[in-house]
Write a protein of this length. Structure first.
Lengths: 265, 281, 312
């Protein structure tokens, strides 16, 4: 039995609203194995994004409370790490790609600077070395004119291009796990395919496991090995994709599939 | 209106805001008391000795003329509310009117004129403008109010204009236009009521600004001419404190601070209540 | 139409408006100086002569046009009250006002930025609430109260008695510090509440943006986030606030502070001119103010271009 690269046990996230807490992620557990693409499916508002943010420790105490029994990445329990150690993990061993490419990058710095910053921070490269590494990475995500993208400001790039820059940043250090939160929802259909192809190809080459959050069952069918179905903060089904589509065990999954088929037919 | 009920519910949870509301209510009651002749009527009587210290007869002592400082502070509450209410209500109304017109006919000549007027008024240094208006309308007790209204409306105007521009494209407005309702009616009955939150907050801010401005104007001799106000008391006290007599200063300062703090807390709470995203929590 | 050209045209329209309103108030409705110049026992002919000389007998538009012409040619004339050349008055008083107001203005903004940043960074925690509470209190205290209180505390025997109560006998650095400290402290205390409140809101908004989340997700430390990302992205509103509050703080504030502390700067001179109807001085101040505004606008546009790559 393979050892999972990411192991989550009883992860809960409760958000603050004035003085009360509302549970949005209710004690979920799952494993992610090296090199696989695991889908996290569900409707909007079921807690997918908060799960992703909790994994990276991006839920501040003022916003909510995160609890887990275990949250291990390659053997280290992330929940036990002090903030300074967590910062070393973020972007290096565990990275994330977000849903809104248009606002993900800092508008006052060039794309190249932001990509190079990841190299300098986590690999200790010099300015010149980081620049070379950045160009190389940009070529790997499919940019024909990497130098031009390097010099460009985010507002000069399209949504799809910006997302590929973020993917470059996320894959820069060949992380063990990449969490992709609806990375293509905001893009048009052709670009979606391009970006997802790049992403899965890169991850495959680096043996990076992907947790792909999506509500699009078509994407699940095409790119993913296994799928977790989430409803109201709980995981209701956990199965290889083929089995899921053939015969879902849980009524909610069946409902999702039916709805998807209804739309496409 | 359901919106008002929701607002009240949110406001109740904001402790600082409720404290502010209580403070303002207390002061408002005092003002009413003075207005109806129940309090502070002896503000002009010079019965005491010079600079008597605080005691059982004169709670805050007396000033250089032997007048009761406490009585004068009480009367000043009325003065403050008069100025504050007049300026707050009229400047907010003017701002709402001009802002609504500018926003409704946006990018037209009405809008351009209102924006130009706003720019001009915002560009003129405030106290220069007020001093000039007060001087030009010399002797008129309303000079100060006019000057303030003429400059305070711009803040409200800007916000209302932006809001009206946003509301203009909403369905209920388009529907009203489709039915054939005249523009003015739509503005008055459908659009402006939706700007009520903005107006309430702006009115509170204007109240605070008006009182603070009166203080400075009275110091410069351009403010309150009849009666007494905290500004006049402070102006009196400027020389007194150098000789060690602090009662006038303390009485006016403390009451002024309390009222302004109350209104500021209330204004903040109103703002938070209307826009939960910006709650300082 | 290029943006610079548009700015200048707007500026001109603004100047026209400002000068018109100022002319209306200060000159047209201003005090009649005829009698101050002649005295009470003048003959009708003398009165008519003086009025003609002062231009009182001309129609509105002619006077306004003359006003504008004088402004445009920088013919500032001589003060009616003191007989001094207005340009010399300005040369004498403007530096004083700048030396008086700039330290307080700068400090008030810098502290406001620092406190606003500290509060936004720890939003919702006790330090944020403390700073916000102090800001609201600061906003609730009248300028006059602060000035009087500082005077008592710093300049009288009832307090520290370290600084002068009034005046401006400045000849070197120590004497400058001696006279500028209390006014500067007053200015800082008055503006700090408002500034902190404003800057805090700007920074809170910036901290909530998506690209900050990205930076965190890639391991940036709180320090890097604050200095590199939040501050740089907030420069546009900071610059706007800074530049556009100059008129209010420096010009209106100088009126008050100079009157109170008896400091011979532009504000004091302007106030005296308003109350005595000294038109040449008023014309000059109006011109100065209008030009300052257009300059501020131009500087702001330039700075935006430098600071934010999205501004064309």
């Amino acid at each position: 039995m393979a050892i999972p690269v990411l192991s989550v046990r009883e992860l809960s996230v409760a958000l603050r609203q004035d003085r009360d807490y509302t549970t949005v992620v209710d004690s979920i557990s799952f494993d992610l194995y090296a090199g696989e693409v695991l889908a996290l499916v569900g409707e909007s508002g079921c807690g997918k994004t908060k799960t992703a943010e909790a994994l990276l420790g991006l839920v501040p105490p003022s916003l909510g409370r995160v609890q887990s029994r275990r949250l291990t990445l390659g053997g280290t329990n992330l929940a036990d790490l002090p903030e300074a150690a967590l910062r070393r993990v973020r972007g290096r061993d565990l990275s994330m790609v977000f849903q809104e490419p248009l606002t993900a990058l800092d508008p006052v710095f060039r794309a190249g600077q932001q990509l190079a910053a990841v190299f300098r921070r986590h690999r200790g490269l010099s300015r010149a070395q980081a620049r070379e590494a950045a160009i190389d990475m940009l070529e790997r995500v499919g940019f024909a004119d990497a130098e031009h993208v390097l010099r460009s400001y985010p507002h000069e790039l399209s949504g799809g291009m910006r997302q590929r820059v973020v993917i470059a940043m996320a894959m820069a250090c060949r992380p063990q796990v990449l969490v992709a939160d609806e990375p293509t929802t905001a893009l048009d259909v052709t670009t979606q395919a391009q970006v997802l192809d790049q992403l899965t190809r890169l991850a495959g080459a680096a043996q990076t496991a992907i947790l792909l959050i999506t509500h699009d069952l078509g994407i699940v069918a095409q790119y993913c090995d296994r799928a977790l179905v989430m409803e109201d903060g709980r995981i209701v089904e956990d199965a290889p994709v083929a089995r899921l589509f053939a015969g879902p065990a849980h009524p909610y999954t069946a409902g999702l599939l039916a709805a998807a088929r209804g739309v496409s037919s | 209106m359901a919106a008002v009920q929701r607002l009240w519910f949110r406001l109740r949870g904001d402790r600082a805001g409720m404290a502010g509301l209580v403070i303002v209510a207390v002061f408002a009651l005092l003002a009413l008391g003075v207005w109806f002749g129940l309090l502070g009527q002896e503000w002009a009587a010079a019965n005491g000795g010079r600079w008597e210290p605080a005691g059982p007869q004169y709670w805050f002592g007396t000033n250089v003329l032997g007048q009761d400082i406490f009585e004068r502070s009480l009367y000043s509450v009325r003065t403050a509310f008069e100025i504050g209410l007049v300026v707050a209500l009229l400047s907010t109304a003017l701002g709402a009117a001009l802002g609504a017109l500018a926003g409704w006919y946006s990018h037209g000549w009405i809008d351009a004129s209102v924006l130009w007027l706003k720019g001009v008024l915002d560009s003129i240094p405030f106290y220069l403008f007020v001093a000039a208006v007060a001087f030009a309308l010399q002797g008129q007790p309303w000079a100060m109010h006019v000057a303030m209204i003429a400059t305070f409306w711009t803040g409200t105007g800007r916000l209302v204009r932006a809001e009206v521009m946003k509301l203009r494209t909403r369905e209920f407005v388009l529907a009203a236009e489709a039915i054939g309702l005249p523009d003015l009616l739509i503005l008055l009955r459908h659009v402006l009521p939706n700007t009520l939150p903005i107006l309430l907050v702006q009115a509170s801010i204007a109240f605070v600004a008006a009182i603070k401005t009166e203080v400075i104007l009275s110091f410069l001799g351009l403010g309150v001419q009849h009666g007494v106000s905290w500004g006049l008391m402070l102006a009196e006290s400027t020389q007194e404190v150098l000789a060690g007599h602090f009662n006038n200063f303390l009485a006016a300062s403390l009451m002024l601070f309390a009222l302004l703090l109350g209104f500021n807390l209330l204004a903040d709470a109103l703002q938070d209540a209307f826009d939960p995203r910006q709650a300082t929590q | 139409m290029s943006s610079a050209l548009r700015t200048i045209l707007n500026g001109l329209a603004l100047i026209l408006g400002v000068t018109f309103v100022s002319f209306l108030l200060m000159v047209w409705f201003g005090p009649d100086q005829t009698y101050t110049l002649i005295g009470k026992n003048a003959t009708a002919q003398q009165i008519a002569d003086v009025r003609h000389e002062l231009g009182y007998d001309q129609p509105f538009l002619t006077r306004y046009a003359g006003f504008l012409a004088d402004l445009a040619t920088l013919d500032l004339g001589t003060s009616n009250a003191s007989g001094e050349r207005v340009s010399r008055m300005l040369a004498r008083t403007v530096p004083v006002t700048l030396a008086l107001m700039l330290p307080g203005f700068l400090l008030g903004n810098l502290l406001g930025i620092a406190l606003g940043l500290a509060a936004a960074r720890r939003r919702g925690q006790w330090s944020d609430r403390l700073i916000s509470g102090l800001s609201v209190s600061g906003m609730s205290i009248s300028f006059l109260i602060i000035i009087i209180a500082l005077q008592v505390l710093l300049s009288t025997p009832y307090g520290l008695n370290l600084f002068p109560v009034r005046g401006w006998q400045v000849s070197d650095l120590p004497s400058y510090l001696h006279y500028v400290t209390v006014p500067t402290a007053a200015l800082v205390l008055v503006t700090l509440g408002y500034n902190t409140r404003f800057y805090r809101a700007v920074f809170v908004e910036e901290y909530g943006r998506d690209h900050i989340r990205t930076a965190r997700a890639f391991g940036a430390s709180p320090a890097v986030i604050m200095w590199r990302h939040v501050l740089k992205n907030s420069l546009v509103p900071i610059i706007t606030r800074f530049l556009f509050s100059i008129p209010l703080v420096v010009i209106s504030g100088s009126l008050l502070i100079e009157s109170y502390f008896g400091i011979p700067g532009v504000g004091k001179v302007t106030f005296e001119a308003i109350t005595s109807g000294d038109q040449p001085v008023l014309k000059a101040v109006v011109a100065l103010t209008a030009v300052a505004f257009v300059l501020i606008q131009l500087v702001a546009d330039m700075l935006y271009r430098v600071v934010d790559p999205r501004v064309a």
